[in-house]
Design a protein around this ligand. Structure first.
Ligand code: ADP
Length: 327
């Protein structure tokens, strides 16, 4: 039988995403409800190694559900890749009596948690906190909905100015390895083309499609490109289009870090609250070393080792929809 958990440490790690605070709040309040103590580990795994760990009370997480960023701060921590760094982290947790961990982060953070949970007797629960949505085992990740809505709002504004000048805009959105922000925001804003890392970019097809539209006097075009597209980011795509369509008035807009910030959407607050609550219940019930997700509106639990290996697959039908609707 699993040991009873009494003190929970919560941390946010890797890339930040809106809704991490709502998840932290849910973890702390649920822990307190069940009579457990909660500790905030600052700056992800770096705080575990540096012993930057603070007790959290119900009031510590007041007035944060609506705030972007993360009050716990986040970081990328090289030392945690090494066994001696992880040992140092374990010793710090032991000193404080922390016997359960909740890690809010992306697949890198889960890799770290998976290794740590195999080396030491501290159960780990992962919550998918990433704007990229590229984690298997959950229909949603905390922050994706807010990020994609930020992109949609920005692209709508770009369309207004593109329309006024009959311009072709290349808009680069975030997504180094994943095209979900590009795909969702592109469909939602009526983009002509969406270029994503998961699919080989056919430049000929892109250029021919735009040439054909030029002939039809369809001059306002939006091309949404994920930053990690195999052909390159927004600037590379613009370069080739300018070469091949010299008459087109081409502009580039790179949305960048605004997609990470801002007040989380209702959906992100909701899933962060449900996942945070569920993570504490997992620790209490002895369901260890899993990532908590939501699949078909029910809580789901994926072993950490699986969550880090599998990626969500892009639905090809969605790409077909883009082509048909942007004609
Ligand atoms: P994300 O969680 O957003 O994917 P990263 O990939 O940067 O972000 O991972 C966050 C942190 O998780 C890293 O800085 C490191 O401390 C830890 N981590 C990632 N991969 C490993 C690994 N293979 N072994 C140990 N720790 C890891």
């Amino acid at each position: 039988m699993a040991k009873k958990v009494t003190k929970i440490g919560v941390l946010t790690s890797g890339g930040d995403s809106p809704g991490m605070n709502a998840a932290t709040r849910a973890v702390v309040r649920t822990a307190i409800y069940y009579g457990l103590e909660a500790f905030g580990i600052m700056r992800g795994y770096a705080g575990m190694i540096d012993n930057d760990i603070v007790p959290l009370h119900s009031r510590s997480v007041a007035n944060i559900i609506q705030r972007g960023g993360t009050i716990l701060k986040t970081a990328r921590c090289k030392e945690f890749f090494h066994a001696d760094g992880r040992k140092k982290a374990y010793e710090n947790l032991k000193k404080l009596g922390i016997d359960g961990l909740i890690i809010i982060g992306g697949d890198g953070s889960f890799k770290g948690a998976d290794i740590f949970s195999r080396e030491f007797d501290i159960p780990c629960i992962g919550l998918p906190g990433t704007i990229d949505k590229d984690i298997a085992g959950s229909d949603f990740t905390i922050g994706f909905d807010t990020a994609v809505n930020t992109a949609v709002e920005a692209i709508d504004k770009i369309r207004d100015t593109a329309d006024a000048h009959d311009r072709l805009f290349i808009i680069e959105v975030m997504g180094r390895d994943a095209g979900y922000i590009a795909l969702h925001s592109g469909i939602a804003t009526g983009a002509e083309n969406i270029l994503i890392p998961e699919r080989k970019t056919d430049v000929e097809e892109l250029v021919n499609g735009l040439l054909e539209k030029e002939k039809r006097k369809k001059l306002v075009n939006l091309v949404v490109v994920a930053e990690g597209d195999d052909f390159g980011g927004g600037n590379e795509v613009a370069k080739i289009i300018k070469e091949r369509l010299p008459n087109a008035d081409v502009r580039v807009c790179i949305l960048g870090h605004i997609q990470r910030g801002g007040s989380p959407s209702c959906l992100d607050r909701l899933i962060a609250s449900r996942m945070g609550y569920s993570a504490v219940e997992c620790l209490i019930e002895g369901r260890h070393n899993v990532m908590v997700g939501i699949v078909n509106n029910r809580m789901s639990y994926t072993p950490l080792e699986k969550a880090v290996k599998a990626k969500q697959k892009i639905n090809n039908e969605w790409l077909k929809i883009v082509k048909i609707l942007a004609s």
